[in-house]
Design a protein around this ligand. Structure first.
Ligand code: NAD
Ligand code: IPM
Ligand code: MN
Length: 358
């Protein structure tokens, strides 16, 4: 029995998570995968309003025994400032559970038009491996001389040898298992003269261990341009926390909509639970209208099943998503249709059974 902690969070997180569970249940029952879900209301603006904190004091001990965390989105800036809600929840999970790899696949799916001319399904298929526990996301720094003309703000980037090596090694190993065997490292060592040359130096060292993988590097500014002009030439991209964050919104935009993009925050050693969440946020601009695209969340279910050692059930979900998109009858507005979140979720759940039968 795999025990899953479910945390819907805020906004459209609450609308897409039930669809993710609906599809997970369909795939799990067909493949005889026993899953047990427990729902939690923390990591949300509602919880903040009631308790004045984002998480209960014992969140670490409470969540640690679960096999995985199925997460929606957090952030409701009208009620609680984003840096408070995010540093009080999601970023705590990533660090506390040492989920140092954030895997973000970007694939152009059938039936989804890319904003780039002339691209077909499969033409874009790369995966961002984002460092997820250090780098530019550090809380080291501060403000001085506040309110004066000499006001000064500093925020440090932290790169540890362990932190850089482990994410680069993970990305290399992943690239070695893919047919293209190509790894691109995102850097900015021309301008950021201390941390980024270190990142490059460790990358060069790591690459020696895997001569079968072609490793190249691009400065992040040029990389964003290359990704727009010729995304098909990328396979695995490894990036620091901030660069990976930026690339993992750019990628889904190239593949049609942020609404389909999944992410897996992985603790590869399995000392702690990994966390599966869509790349998108709580989308206050469309929340409450029942029109959010649930595919990012549903695809997260597939990544979670893979992590739990259930590749067949995971593949059934991906196949069902592709089949429903190809049919094109139940598309949410971001995909150019008029279907509701629940319609698309239900269509994928019933397709899971049909794909299997056929
Ligand atoms: P966002 O991802 O929530 O939304 C960006 C745009 O994409 C919006 O126009 C939104 O309507 C659209 N969009 C996003 N997901 C969609 C979906 N499933 N279907 C259709 N359209 C979708 O980013 P934002 O507006 O910058 O942030 C909103 C809030 O979410 C903020 O509080 C932010 O901090 C938070 N956030 C949380 C996470 C997370 O929990 N991992 C990620 C990103 C942003
Ligand atoms: C993401 C989000 C988060 C991040 C924010 C909400 C803190 O953008 O998961 O990509 O920057 O990691
Ligand atoms: Mn992001």
């Amino acid at each position: 029995m795999a025990r899953i902690a479910v945390i819907p969070g805020d906004g459209i997180g609450r609308e897409v998570v039930p669809e993710g569970i609906r599809v997970l249940e369909a795939a799990a029952s067909l493949h005889g995968v026993p899953l047990e879900f427990e729902w939690f209301d923390f990591a949300s603006a509602d919880y903040w309003t009631r308790h004045g904190t984002m998480l209960p004091d014992d969140w670490f001990d409470l969540l640690r025994p679960y096999d995985a965390i199925f997460f929606g989105a957090v952030g409701w800036p009208e009620v609680v400032p984003d840096h408070v809600s995010l540093w009080g929840s999601l970023l705590q999970f990533r660090r506390g559970f040492d989920q140092y790899v954030n895997l973000r696949p970007c694939r152009l799916l059938p039936g989804v038009p890319s904003p780039l001319a002339g691209r077909q399904a499969g033409d874009i298929d790369f995966i961002v491996v984002r460092e997820n526990t250090e780098g530019e996301y550090s809380s080291i720094g501060g403000r001085m001389f506040e309110g004066t003309e000499r006001e000064l703000v500093v925020q440090q980037t932290v790169m540890t040898r362990v932190g850089v090596d482990r994410v680069q090694a993970y990305a290399l190993d992943l690239a070695a298992r893919r047919p293209a065997r190509h790894l691109t490292s995102a850097t900015k060592s021309n301008g950021i003269s201390i941390s980024m040359p270190y990142w490059d130096e460790r990358m060069r060292q790591a690459a020696e261990r895997r001569p079968e993988v072609r490793v190249d590097q691009f400065h992040i500014d040029a990389l964003t341009a290359h990704l727009v002009l010729d995304p098909g030439k990328f396979d695995v991209i490894v990036a620091s926390n901030l660069f990976g964050d930026i690339l993992s919104d750019l990628g889904p935009a190239l593949t049609g909509t942020l609404g389909v993009a999944p992410s897996a925050n992985i603790n590869p050693e399995r000392t702690f639970p990994s966390l599966f969440e869509p790349v998108h946020g709580s989308a206050p601009d469309i929340a409450g209208r029942g029109i959010a695209n649930p595919i990012g969340q549903i695809w997260c279910g597939a990544l979670m099943l893979e992590h739990l050692g259930q590749p067949r059930a995971a593949a059934a979900i991906v196949a069902a998503v592709e089949s429903v998109l190809t049919a094109g009858t139940q598309l949410t507005p971001d995909l150019g249709g008029a279907a509701r979140t629940e319609d698309l979720g239900r269509a994928i759940a019933s397709e899971v059974a049909r794909v299997e039968a056929g």
